[in-house]
Design a binder for this molecule. Structure first.
Ligand SMILES: Nc1nc2c(ncn2[C@@H]2O[C@H](COP(=O)(O)OP(=O)(O)OP(=O)(O)O)[C@@H](O)[C@H]2O)c(=O)[nH]1
Length: 584
């Protein structure tokens, strides 16, 4: 019998019972207290493994714990026995006093909350420990959840003090979660970014799981519905895991950035949806055990997704990864306790709270960072679009003004070609008429003399007949060039008047000057034969001139008529000569 008895010395206010507890498994759960008290007397109980009542998921129907309590000198006689794990289904406490009396107390989350000594999230019992009396404690615990039965004795005041601190911690934690929840609710409503919505789901799912696990959900949400309290654990686990994967999908933009990772997340989400529905029917243990274990690969895959995103240059994933590492640490610690891998100490028991609180806060930062990132990205896109637009506009403007220039140019050329005779390049008759009218008007106004010459090539029909029409064309071209160069110095206007007939207007020229120029032109035409196709074509011209007397005003038709008459005389007088209308 090497398990020591728990001795309550004077001044002691609380005592964890693990070092003083022996345990025994009850595979079919049918053993009764009387038998177990006998077994205890025979040393049939073992010390706790690693000195700690944490066993993980076990197949045995029940566990029995035995301890001898001896109030040696403590003035406090009424103690609170607390079972510091809220998820045990049934707990039976038997106290055997020296006089043979056995008290039986029952609690656990399969009984309504009111069965507890104190309304508190962990099962608890009043235990009378009179001074200098050994009381035997026998506890039967059964659970479909992980088997943990850390027992402790508290005086009422010590319990109140301990609980104050614990409630403060829990309040702080839930306060952080509530604040982040509502903060992101506001962000979601105002920004309409679904990542905030999934973050809220992630927070509330996670918070709900912890609320169930630490017994507060049973205490505050459904104190009289033990069944619902038990069902809430697998359901909230499924919900929190679905929200976690969905949040990761949205935050890390997996659909666009890593479709395979997206598919894996969706796979997890579908599995949890099925598990949630299944947990309504299947046994609690069957549901919770795989769910607890599935948290490991689930969190790891999200961790890997974050790594993947960082490797592909997605900056917001960095903070996400740090946040996730915190959660991973906390979750791993908690799950390890549940699985009985590590003992229950502060860091392992509250690691999940600390880790997840850090995670939630960091994720909130990550969301803000992501938002800022998106905004900068949007601004960049808008700026680039604007720059592109400006470039396009100035290019189009340049194109347009060049087109306008070309058009103006083409218009000018068109206007010019409208004035010119196609064959010879000198002004055509229509333009000549406009200019002539203007010049006549100007001459009358400024009282300047002016001359007009009508030049008709002699026997041009014969040229065509002899040398061909193309040769005739060449003659017309060459002669009109000669006319132009000959009178260029006199500001003269040269135009083709008809087939082989030209007209020349000489502004400011006196009658003598008109005669002189006409004579010069006639000589120039006749003196130089036109060369075409190796042949020399001699051409002469008859010219009729009309000098407008000073101070007289003529209309174009009358003036031309005068010149034409003179030309007619020149022709009749034998051609190749000049005749002035004014002389006749
Ligand atoms: N090759 C060519 N011939 C032209 C053109 N325009 C008119 N002619 C010819 O010029 C000739 C003018 O003939 P007519 O009016 O009889 O006068 P002509 O033969 O010059 O005789 P006179 O004027 O009396 O000396 C015609 O045979 C027309 O075919 C042209 O653009 N090119």
């Amino acid at each position: 019998d090497d398990i020591p008895r728990a001795e309550l010395e004077a001044g002691l206010t609380h005592l964890p019972l693990s070092p003083y507890v022996g345990y025994r498994t009850d595979p079919d759960g049918r053993a009764d207290a009387t038998t177990l008290f006998q077994l205890a007397a025979q040393g049939g109980f073992q010390r706790l493994p690693k000195g700690d009542a944490t066993f993980g998921f076990r197949d045995e129907q029940a566990f029995w714990f035995h301890s001898r309590l001896f109030n040696e000198s403590n003035t406090e006689q009424r103690w609170l026995l607390v079972l510091q794990y809220p998820l045990l289904d049934n707990i039976d406490v038997y106290l055997r006093y020296p006089d043979g009396r056995v008290d039986h107390l029952a609690s656990g989350d399969m009984l309504p909350f009111t069965s507890r000594a104190i309304r508190f999230r962990q099962p608890n019992f009043w235990v009378d420990l009179p001074q200098r009396t050994e009381v035997e404690l026998l506890v039967r615990a059964s659970s479909k959840s992980s088997m943990q039965a850390p027992l402790a004795l508290y005086t009422f005041s010590a319990f109140a003090e301990m609980e104050r601190d614990a409630q403060l911690g829990i309040g702080l934690y839930d306060g952080i979660l509530f604040a982040l929840f509502f903060y992101n609710l506001v962000l979601w409503i105002s920004l309409r970014d679904s990542s905030h919505f999934w973050y809220m789901c992630h927070i509330s799912g996670f918070g709900l799981v912890l609320f169930c696990l630490n017994g507060l959900a049973f205490e505050y949400l459904w104190p009289n519905q033990p069944k619902l309290a038990n069902l809430a654990i697998p359901l909230s686990m499924c919900f929190s895991q679905m929200a976690m994967h969905q949040f990761a999908r949205v935050f890390l933009e997996l659909k666009e950035r890593w479709p395979l990772g997206d598919w894996i997340s969706r796979g997890f989400i579908y599995c949890y949806a099925i598990a949630a529905v299944a947990s309504l029917w299947v046994d609690y243990r069957v549901a919770v055990q795989p769910l607890t274990y599935s948290v490991f690969p689930g969190v790891l895959i999200v961790l890997y997704q974050a790594f993947h995103a960082i490797r592909n240059g997605y900056r917001p994933a960095r903070l996400f990864l740090v946040a996730w590492a915190m959660l991973l640490l906390g979750t791993a610690m908690y799950a390890s306790v549940s699985a009985g891998l590590v003992s229950k100490v502060f860091v392992t028991e509250y690691g999940i709270q600390v880790g997840s609180a850090m995670e939630m806060i960091l994720l909130s930062f990550a969301l803000a960072y992501r938002y800022a990132n998106l905004r900068t990205e949007n601004e960049r896109v808008v700026r680039e679009a604007n720059e592109q637009l400006e470039r396009n506009v100035s290019r189009r403007t340049a194109e347009l003004s060049s087109a306008l220039e070309q058009l103006a140019d083409a218009n000018a050329r068109l206007r010019e070609s409208n004035r010119r005779d196609v064959l010879t390049g000198v002004f055509n008759r229509r333009h000549f008429r406009e200019v002539f009218e203007h010049l006549l008007h100007q001459a009358a106004e400024t009282r300047q003399p002016m001359g007009v010459l009508l030049i008709d090539l002699d026997h041009f029909k014969k040229v065509n007949d002899t040398f061909g029409h193309l040769a005739g064309d060449e003659c017309l071209r060459v002669l009109s060039q000669r006319l132009q160069t000959e009178v260029a110095a006199d500001n003269a206007v040269v135009a083709r008047f008809g087939g082989e007939e030209f007209v020349v207007v000489l502004p400011s020229a006196t009658a003598a000057r008109v005669q002189e120029i006409a004579e010069r032109l006639r000589r120039r035409i006749g003196s130089e034969p036109v060369r075409y196709g190796g042949k020399e074509i001699v051409i002469t011209a008859s010219i009729g001139t009309f000098s407008i007397p000073l101070g007289f005003s003529f209309n174009p038709d009358d003036a031309l008529h005068q010149a034409d008459d003179a030309l007619y005389v020149a022709k009749n007088n034998g051609r190749n000569r000049v005749h002035a209308a004014n002389k006749s």
